[in-house]
Design a protein around this ligand. Structure first.
Ligand code: GLC
Length: 440
């Protein structure tokens, strides 16, 4: 059995660790400037100008069934949608604000259509909810706030009341968790207690769990949706650890107990989360597949982001990237779903430039070839342990020898414990080939 003990938490993380792969969706008004979802903060956009986006937001080509179908074909099993991002704009029909999609030319509850479409495509549904809010009148101006450098910023802060804002969040989370059926994941974002204004801007301190009244917020969510998975970004560790835009090199652990935790790496296709028209840093298909493999080989999940356009469709670059996953997952999902890090005693057998994953029942070991080697691939310690080997892409046999290489020159005798795979010279036409090893 390849069964690692993972830290138990109130949320139901079992399905999550089995499903391994999800879609992140960052969609909001920031799709219109199309130069980063933080544009309002980066450019300190005047309110009157940002209001133009509100008045002209018209996603006439929004077809969430198309998104859902593409996600399913890419092999994704769940999706997390930005109900509200830092800009404060609500993609759902909240009764606690006018700053919502129903009051724009969109004229309808975009979240509801997302939820319905993804569920009917068989995907689980998660919601992202920003703790930051650059529109709400009670959210105090801090070091990231678009109004931070206004000459009267400090005066503007007078009368702002974070306690009222915390109640607003609880009211909205209640709407989200009671009005849209079963929500599997709640993804709060994020805390920044260490980020403070400097010098005479020292009053612009960052925010954390006390500002969000996070304990109350979390208790509310758990009461409304028992089993829901909650991330760790309220500044209180919960069910899910969320390394962002980097590739962990070890299975993540709890900071105090040292236990292995449920974790999910989140990545973008091109660098920003929201639609960014001119971004040129799109990841290659090879890199995308390697991100997924690396993550699962360390017992983690991958949440891969799309930033839809303001008209509501996924642009060609995003479709192509999803397609890269679709083509690979069609033949290789067996090495991803229900798989995890290989058992500790097998790990040393993994050759250079390769990654293992192992099935839940421990019977199959998946060898991912990140760089394609020439002909004889030696796996030390695996002799006597493998019954049969094949490429996962086409189910074709990979012959092997044990303790020696099947060539006629001298000096090809190896230590008895080495298993030697005989690989074809030509790499199968996939970004990362996988050898499926059936263990005895
Ligand atoms: C960061 C960013 C945000 C993005 C998130 C996704 O915290 O502030 O724009 O939504 O990461 O993980």
């Amino acid at each position: 059995m390849s069964s690692y003990a993972v830290r138990k938490t109130p949320g139901d993380t079992q399905w999550f660790r089995r499903d391994r792969f999800g879609m992140f969706i960052h969609w909001g008004l920031y799709a219109m400037p199309a130069r980063h979802e933080w544009v309002k903060s980066f450019e300190k956009t005047p309110e009157a100008h940002y209001d133009l986006y509100f008045r002209h937001f018209d996603p006439d080509l929004y077809d969430p069934r198309d998104w859902a179908r593409r996600a399913r074909l890419a092999g994704m099993k769940y999706a997390v949608f930005t109900a509200k991002h830092h800009e404060g704009f609500c993609m759902f029909d909240s009764k606690y604000t006018d700053y919502k999609c129903t009051n724009t030319p969109a004229g309808r509850d975009l979240l509801r259509e997302f939820v319905d479409a993804f569920r009917s495509e068989g995907l689980r549904v998660g919601l992202y909810y920003s703790l930051l809010d650059w529109h709400h009148p009670d959210f105090t101006i801090d070091t990231f706030h678009p109004r931070r450098d206004d000459p009267d910023a400090l005066t503007q802060n007078q009368g702002r009341d974070m306690r009222r804002y915390a109640r607003y969040m609880r009211d909205q989370v209640t709407e989200l968790l009671t009005g849209y059926g079963k929500i599997d994941i709640l993804w709060f974002d994020y805390s920044y207690t260490g980020d403070n204004g400097a010098g005479d801007k020292a009053w612009q301190r960052g925010k954390g769990k006390d500002d969000w009244e996070a304990e109350e917020l979390i208790a509310l969510a758990r009461r409304l949706q028992p089993g829901i998975i909650i991330d760790n970004r309220t500044d209180i560790e919960q069910d899910l650890w969320t390394p962002e835009q980097y590739q962990p090199t070890v299975w993540m652990r709890h900071s105090e107990t040292g236990e292995l935790v449920t974790w999910e790496a989140c990545h973008t296709f091109s660098g920003s989360w929201g639609y960014y028209r001119d971004e040129q840093t799109w990841k290659s298909p090879d890199m995308l597949i390697r991100l997924l493999v690396n993550t699962v080989s360390l017992g983690g999940n991958l949440l891969m982001n799309v930033g839809p356009t303001s008209r509501g469709y996924l642009d060609q670059r995003a479709c192509d990237a999803l397609d890269a996953f679709a083509q690979w997952m069609k033949y290789h999902s067996r090495s991803i779903y229900g798989c995890t890090m290989a058992e500790p005693d097998l790990l040393p057998s993994c050759p250079a430039d390769c990654r293992f994953t192992q099935s839940e029942d421990g019977r199959r070991l998946y060898l991912h070839l990140m760089a394609y080697p020439f002909a004889y691939l030696q796996l030390k310690g695996l002799a006597g342990k493998v019954e049969y080997a094949q490429f996962l892409s086409d189910g074709s046999e990979i012959r092997f020898t044990e303790g020696y290489i099947n060539r006629y020159s001298e000096g090809t005798t190896l230590t008895n414990d080495v298993l030697v795979l005989e690989l074809p010279t030509v790499k199968p036409p996939v970004p990362v080939p996988v050898v499926e090893l059936f263990l005895k």
